[in-house]
Design a binder for this molecule. Structure first.
Ligand code: NAD
Length: 355
């Protein structure tokens, strides 16, 4: 094996992993030299968020319980004002990408440190990427100030994640690692994490489907999600993420199911241009073909496989292909409008990926 030149961006988050590890929140807060945390979560995580506040006692400055999808700018302004008025010196995000996204948006201007307790497999807690939606447009950017300082991965918090969402959220995580393997700034470390992350998730998702409260499967999946999130935080993404961003943003499709449906097709599109990455993805999913292996993983575990199942209209496919090709971005295979339009058609219908 020969190793060529590379740059590895090690991200500095401290990770505390293990079933029941949320008992260490106070210790982790004090380790950051913080005293008063604002706890952020969405309405659906009310019980969990309140329990975290109770557990912290006098170290809880207060709670903000309205984290929501897409991080609306007005909510960020409101939550930031709450953090200031309560004298919070730390933010604790309890939830999925929406809660972590709100914490990041507050941290962007306030510089407050974030402790994240993820409850999905989206991976935002491992990245310095933020997004805020204003007047219907999502502005995204990268800033190291928004990268959580500490992440507490407690698989017990994921046991309530519904099976359908567990599968799509897990495949959303796999997408970060899969694109990370053929990223133009891929390096030996991120590739190791990517392959291990895909493997941990593709082994654990079927176990979660058959027994959602299997803590060992939940631990494996969260471990995989951590690794996949770390890849997303370290290297650039390509066609798959661009397509999903377009479909989510312009046609209001749900985040994790969209990733799940598009991934096999995006991999098939890139297969010939990235043979080494495909070999590693295939090995990690235990199949002889990366795209087909992921398509079968979705089908076998009851995930949606067609964009038409999740609200896309056939009449929108042309515009989706145009938007995906309009902004130039790097991809292992050049962006070919007709081939991307054909890819979208197959994803729309739910047919098998075609190289
Ligand atoms: P989410 O946080 O909105 O959660 C999805 C749904 O799952 C919500 O209804 C939530 O209430 C529910 N849920 C979460 N955890 C649960 C649990 N343990 N039990 C029961 N229900 C639970 O969405 P997500 O899929 O975690 O994240 C997607 C969002 O994150 C998108 O907006 C995406 O753009 C963003 N994201 C950002 C990055 C980044 O690096 N900035 C990375 C990945 C995702």
């Amino acid at each position: 094996m020969s190793t060529s030149d590379f740059i590895f961006n090690g991200r500095a988050a401290r990770v505390v992993f293990g079933a029941g590890s949320r008992v260490h929140i106070e210790r982790e807060l004090l380790a950051l030299r913080a005293q008063k945390a604002l706890i952020l979560f969405g309405q659906e995580q009310l019980a969990l968020g309140t329990a975290v506040a109770d557990q912290l006692g006098s170290h809880a400055a207060g709670v903000f319980d309205r984290a929501t999808m897409h991080v609306p700018a007005e909510l960020v302004t409101e939550a930031r004002a709450v953090a200031t008025s309560l004298g919070a010196d730390c933010l604790i995000a309890v939830g999925g990408g929406s809660a972590v996204g709100l914490a990041k948006a507050i941290a962007l201007e306030s510089g407050l440190p974030i402790i994240a307790l993820p409850t999905t497999y989206a991976g935002s807690e491992m990245t310095p990427i933020f997004g805020v939606t204003e007047a219907g447009l999502k502005r995204t950017g990268t800033d190291l100030r928004v990268l959580p300082k500490t992440v507490i991965y407690d698989p017990e918090l994921t046991v309530t994640l519904p099976v359908a969402l567990s599968v799509t959220s897990g495949i959303n995580a796999i997408a970060h690692a899969a694109e990370g393997l053929y990223s133009r700034d891929a390096n030996p470390l991120t590739s190791l994490m990517a392959e291990e992350g895909i493997s941990a998730l593709s082994r654990s998702l079927p176990r979660i489907v058959s027994r959602p409260d299997d803590l060992s499967a939940r631990s494996d999946a969260l471990y995989g999600a951590w690794l996949c999130g770390a890849v997303l935080g370290s290297v650039g993404m390509a066609l798959h993420h661009k397509l999903c961003h377009t479909l989510g943003g312009s046609f209001n499709l749900p985040h994790a199911p969209t990733h799940t449906i598009v991934l096999p097709h995006a991999l098939a599109y890139n297969a010939e241009a990235a043979p080494d990455a495909m070999k590693r993805i295939a090995r990690a999913v235990g199949h002889d073909n990366a795209a087909q292996g992921l398509y079968e993983l979705s089908r076998a575990n009851g995930a949606p496989i067609a964009l038409k199942e999740i609200g896309m209209l056939e009449s929108q496919l042309d515009r989706a292909a145009d938007i995906a090709c309009n902004n130039a971005y790097w991809n292992p295979r050049p962006l070919e409008r007709e081939a991307i339009r054909a890819l979208l058609q197959r994803a729309f219908e739910g047919s098998a990926p075609q190289t």
